[in-house]
Design a protein around this ligand. Structure first.
Ligand code: NAD
Length: 245
């Protein structure tokens, strides 16, 4: 089950996981894009509109999943990016940022973890964080706070699951600069700054390019697999070496 699966990284996770044989449930606040991802993921994929910041949506999803075939893997991927100077940031925008990026993952884990436990396949939760949650960014203050919180949440829930002995692993991925439509939708900064953030990949990133959504999806497939059976509580950078500098 993937949130924000209508575009970019979430879509790549859906398509690549379906290719690996997973039965994918693609969800997104945008119903049509979720539908299109499910179509591109093949006949075993389905879709559902879901706003991660609305607890009622998660409760509805939980009812649907518990009446179906269970749940093995949750990918909390949905996110928005609001930039700008902190003194110019409205409280409403700060809260909207946290509501999607952090509350969304909290609600997802709260309502899906019991279903993963009931399914009994051990299972995995993967949170899509960001290098911004690890290394400071002058452009994205509230975004950085949301992703730093998500990384801390990942570690804490990994410990809870380990203590519960349920075999469920909880990890995060920290993408660097990834070529997705997100750069067109960034709020609070000028189009020039957004283009600069994306365009700086060639000079900033040690591997000399922006990453692709598939680069991130491949890391998610690893973390979801039994091959990562001894990996929990980590944040895996998928950043072309950005965090080494
Ligand atoms: P994207 O804009 O291409 O896709 C994000 C998707 O989330 C969209 O389909 C959007 O409709 C959906 N969404 C937005 N608000 C939602 C909500 N309330 N409920 C459900 N769905 C919602 O972005 P992307 O680049 O693929 O980003 C995916 C994740 O990766 C985000 O969490 C983002 O912060 C993270 N990330 C991206 C980059 C990058 O460079 N693109 C870098 C680091 C981290």
């Amino acid at each position: 089950m993937i949130t924000g699966a209508g575009s970019g990284i979430g879509k790549a996770c859906a398509v690549e996981m379906a290719r690996e044989g997973a039965e994918v449930l693609a969800t997104d606040i945008d119903r049509e894009s979720a539908r299109s991802t499910a179509r591109d993921s093949g006949p075993s994929a389905s879709f559902l509109p879901l706003d991660v910041s609305r607890e009622g949506d998660w409760i509805g999803l939980a009812q649907r999943v518990s009446g179906g075939g269970g749940l093995d893997v949750l990918i909390n991927n949905a996110g928005i990016g609001i930039g700008g100077d902190i003194t110019a940031l409205d409280l409403a925008d700060w809260r909207r940022q946290q509501a999607v990026n952090l509350d969304g993952a909290f609600l997802g884990i709260k309502h899906m973890l019991p279903l993963i436990r009931d399914t009994g396949s051990r299972g995995a939760i993967i949170n899509i964080a960001s290098v911004t949650g690890i290394r400071a960014s002058a452009t994205f203050v509230s975004y950085a706070a949301s992703k730093g919180g998500l990384i801390a949440l990942t570690r804490a829930v990994a410990r809870q699951c380990a203590a519960a002995g349920d075999g469920i692993r909880v990890n995060a991925i920290a993408p660097g600069i990834i070529d997705t439509p997100m750069f067109g939708g960034l709020e609070g900064i000028s189009p020039e700054q957004a283009a600069q953030a994306r365009g700086s990949a060639e000079t900033l990133v040690p591997l000399g390019r922006a990453g692709s959504p598939r680069d991130v999806a491949m890391a998610a497939i690893y973390l979801a697999s039994d091959e990562a059976g001894y990996v929990t509580g980590v944040t895996l950078p998928v950043d072309g070496g950005l965090l080494t500098g």
